[in-house]
Every structure is written in structure tokens, then in C-alpha cells.
Design a protein around this ligand. Sequence first.
Ligand SMILES: Cc1cc2nc3c(=O)[nH]c(=O)nc-3n(C[C@H](O)[C@H](O)[C@H](O)COP(=O)(O)O)c2cc1C
Length: 403
Amino acid sequence: MDLSTGYMGLALRNPLVASPSPLSHTLDGIRRLADGGVSAIVMFSLFEEQLRERAERTYRLVDEPAESFPEALGYFPSVVDEDVGPRGYLDLLERAVSAVDIPVIASLNGITPESWTGYARAMQDAGAAAIELNIYYFPADPEISGPDVEQRHVDVFQRVKAAVTVPVAVKLKPYFSSPGAIALRLDEAGADGLVLFNRFLYPDIDLERLAVRPMVDLSSPADARVPRTWIALLRGKVRASLAATIGVEVPADLARYLLAGADVVMTTSALLRHGPRYATELLDGLSSWMRHKGFQTVDELRGKLSAPDITDHAAYERRLRHSDASRQRRRLRPLVNESAARDDDLEPAKQRRESSVDLRPVALVAKSRGPRHASTVAGMPAFRPVPATGAPHPQAAQPRQRQ
Ligand SMILES: Cc1cc2nc3c(=O)[nH]c(=O)nc-3n(C[C@H](O)[C@H](O)[C@H](O)COP(=O)(O)O)c2cc1C
């Protein structure tokens, strides 16, 4: 079975790529990812604020950043690991590149277009096979318009693209009024890859401590439908390679993304849940399915179920929605009845807790408090998902007594 594929001009032995996660925080973790069977590794992101803070502290730069992060963003935590500042990141990248025999892609998390082309170059010099831009820009200020947000993405991309010769991918969020339009703009601007989509780290509210706490839910296969639809719609319409990310849990998810038209499929949640060796299981499952269906190569199946090249994409979406709508309705009816019969809704909450990761022990630091040293950041074991502990406080779970 030939699983080889191409991504942004990189020849990969299979279409499964490890997306950024704490699994790449250490050399040991990176080796384990490579041994586990993925064909490339995108390292965790180096955050621009982190770059800036470090640079200011180390070199006493006085320039104010062109953009300041809105205060409200303190609400949205970022993964900040003091032990892996720019120097540490570049050292790790360099060591990773020589330690594994698969491409290592560096990930840069930028907000301002101006401040970090130098780091992109440094990543290239450290041996990064490509650079993925994780433009984790959250327009918390309601005065910022949609076109402004889009322009920032294009500006950031163009700056970095002009600064390096390695391929540059942009990891997009799905929250554009027209995700296809920004994808086309970036493609026209020369993006080598589009990664669909990022997941934002939305915080939760701790009712016991009356505090906001960082929280990441690992994804489930249902979350793959949004990126898969956009991959299917963009296949054949952009020159850029398409990377699918979100919601791979079983081999079928991998196959579905490829059928939709992904050049590569990335995964974080599955590797966090089951460990880096799970990559081999996913790939073996893909191979068996391909054998069963008579496909010899990934190229034969890629894009087989992408959106037809019609101008009326809305019609395609409607067709997807309605093609088996009655079957869906029959499937949903018992669930609807069952849930109506239930007098409490704690069950879904319980299920959710089982796939949640409480990132407090892994050094998620709220921006409002500023980046800190995180002594807990070490190797992969510390980052393995643990079931979130915070069961609702008994009182919080009780219905309120009527006076
Ligand atoms: C704990 C954790 C840390 C992450 N760190 C990063 C990061 O540094 N940079 C990035 O671009 N994405 C990061 N992501 C997002 C993942 O790379 C991935 O895009 C997302 O989890 C969706 O894929 P999945 O459904 O396979 O988990 C992180 C995700 C998790 C769960």
C-alpha cells in the first residue's frame, strides 16, 4: 500500500502529521512522535508575546509594539512555557531536526506583522522544513472589523513569506464570515499551505473558586465536519496544499478527510489521548480500509468526495445537508424523545468531562497575569490528558430551593 503524499512540496511517507501540541515540547516527545509513525511534526507554537517579552527583557528594546493586545484577551489564556523561550525553541528545533528523519515544521504565533520575521528566518536557519503561522488573533475589541482581521492575516503572512525561502502555511480559524474568501486571498498571496482549522482555547468558569480557568476540550470526530466541508469546498480551487486538522479519532476520520481533499491530515487530540504510537494504528486502519475498497495509493482516493467544481457552492452545501436529511431525522428522533424524557442533563456534562483536559498543571498562564516561569513544564507525561477533576460543587448541582 502506497501511503506517500506531498505537502507544500515536502515528500512525506504518509498523510498523517502531528499537529502542534505539548507532545513536541521536548526532544524525547519529538522522537516519540516520529517513532510513532507520523510523517512530519509541526512543533508547538512560539508565541509572539513571548518573543516580545523575552526580547524586551533581554535586549531592553524600548519600541512599543505597533498593536497592543486588547486587555480583554487576558480572558483567553495562551500556552506559555518560560523554559521554551525563543532561544530554547530554536535550540530544540535544531536538535529535533537532527534527531528525527522526518520533516519538522516550526510554528509561529504572531499578532503584529512587524515584529517577528527575524524569528521566522531563525526557524529556517535552525532547519525547519517549513513554517506554520498560527495567527491566534482574537478580535476581542468590537471596533475591529472583519476586513481588518482578514488584512492582518494577509499582512502577517506576506511579511513572513518575504523573509524566508521555506514553505509557509497559515493555520486558520473557522470564524471568518467567509472562510473561503480568506483562504483564496492567502492562496493568491502565495501561501504554500492552508491548515483548516485551529481550535481556540476558550476558558471555563470555575463556580467554586469564582474564577476563570484555562480549559481545553479535546476534539471529537463530529468536530471534523466543519473543516472537512471547507476542505471539500476548497479542493481544486487553491494552489496551496490543504491540511486538515480537528477531530481525528479513528482511521475512518483520516479516510474521510482524504476523500474530502486533504493533502495531509493532522492530529493532536488522538495522540494526546492514546499516545504517539497510536499514529501507527490510524495508518494501519487506513491501509486496511484502502485495501478493502481497492485503492492502491492515497492519490487515488484524495478528493474523490470534494465539492464538484461548480460555481454554486451553496447548492453543494444544501445537497450535503439534504441528501440524507430524512435518515438523520429518523436517527435523531429517539434521541430527542429520550432527552425530553430525562429530567436532568448531567449525563452530557459527565461525558464532556471525560474528554476534557485541565491544563492548569501544564502551565497555561492567563495573559492578564503575564507569562511566568512554569516549573511544571517538562516532558510529555506531564501533558498527557487527565480527566478534568472539577466535578460540579454539590451545591452548584442542586436545583435552587424556592423561597
Ligand atoms: C494542549 C494543546 C496545545 C496546543 N498547542 C498548540 C500550539 O502551540 N499551536 C497550534 O497551532 N495549535 C495548538 N493546538 C491545536 C492543535 O494543534 C490542533 O490544531 C487542535 O487541537 C485540533 O486538532 P485535534 O482535533 O486533533 O486536537 C493545541 C491543542 C492542544 C489540545
